[in-house]
Design a protein around this ligand. Structure first.
Ligand SMILES: [Zn+2]
Ligand SMILES: [Zn+2]
Length: 255
């Protein structure tokens, strides 16, 4: 069994064949999917998906690219949804300096507020980090995120950054990029992350692994990520599958 620790199966890219995509995931041995709700639009659909399928769970959070639009009501709304029995984490939250669609100080504020909420509720957090490594680490430290821990999703930073996150109680998750020939850094970081802190994900419909790169991603493809990760780690597929499944089960408190 494998767990896809980060997917967006409720977004529009799956509107025509969502149930087929979910069925294919089951057929490929994906035993659990953590689906990520990240703004006003996607959170209700993510929770609905978790309600419809036993093996799908949901997160709720406010993505940094939408930070400029988050209101105090939205934060209260997220807090109330955290009581839902299928909601397992707050996220994805963080900083995105690549798209730069919200001012940095606003992203920072929204990120901090949600870490505080996670600490208040004792829930793990799912971190989105794009070109913001230094500030991410600084905010996690200042807000004492180590108290709740969580996962650095689709990690793209250096080993130095990974090490700082590991020291703050975070898991490190890898996706499609580790299957790309020229992706030297994520492969190197993966080789050094301790097994007991390793997660795998698709981020479907984005970041499609080789040999489907360029096409829409889906949860069944987490198997390709697992195969690549096992090879980099120099262990069997079965061992990689077992450990990452145990890790995700523990982090998200799955049954
Ligand atoms: Zn993300
Ligand atoms: Zn995502």
């Amino acid at each position: 069994m494998l767990i896809d620790s980060h997917a967006h199966l409720n977004v529009r890219a799956f509107d025509d064949d969502r149930q087929d995509v979910i069925r294919r995931a089951r057929e490929h041995g994906i035993g659990r999917i953590i689906n990520i709700g990240f703004n006003r639009e996607t959170i209700p659909g993510s929770i609905a998906l978790a309600e419809q399928h036993d093996f799908i769970y949901s997160t709720v959070g406010w993505h940094p690219t939408d930070a400029a639009f988050m209101t105090a009501d939205d934060l209260d709304w997220i807090e109330s949804l955290c009581r839902h029995e299928k909601v397992v984490a707050i996220g994805e939250i963080g900083l995105d300096y690549y798209w730069d669609t919200s001012p940095k100080d606003v992203q920072m504020k929204v990120f901090r507020e949600q870490i505080r909420l996670a600490r208040k509720l004792g829930m793990p957090i799912v971190i989105h980090n794009r070109d913001a490594h230094q500030d991410i680490v600084q905010v996690l430290r200042e807000e004492k995120a180590a108290d709740v821990g969580g996962v650095m999703h689709c990690f793209s930073g250096s080993w130095e950054t990974a090490k700082l996150c590991l020291d703050m109680n975070f898991y490190i998750s890898f996706g499609g990029p580790i299957t790309f020939k020229n992706a030297r850094q994520p492969k190197e970081v993966l080789s050094r992350v301790p097994m007991e802190r390793l997660l795998i994900e698709t981020d479907a419909p984005y970041l499609t692994p080789h040999p489907f790169r360029g096409k829409r991603n889906e949860s069944a493809h987490v198997k390709l990520v697992a195969e690549a990760a096992a090879e980099i780690k120099g262990i069997s597929f079965d061992e990689l599958a077992q450990v990452t499944t145990d890790n995700a089960t523990k982090l998200f408190g799955l049954s």
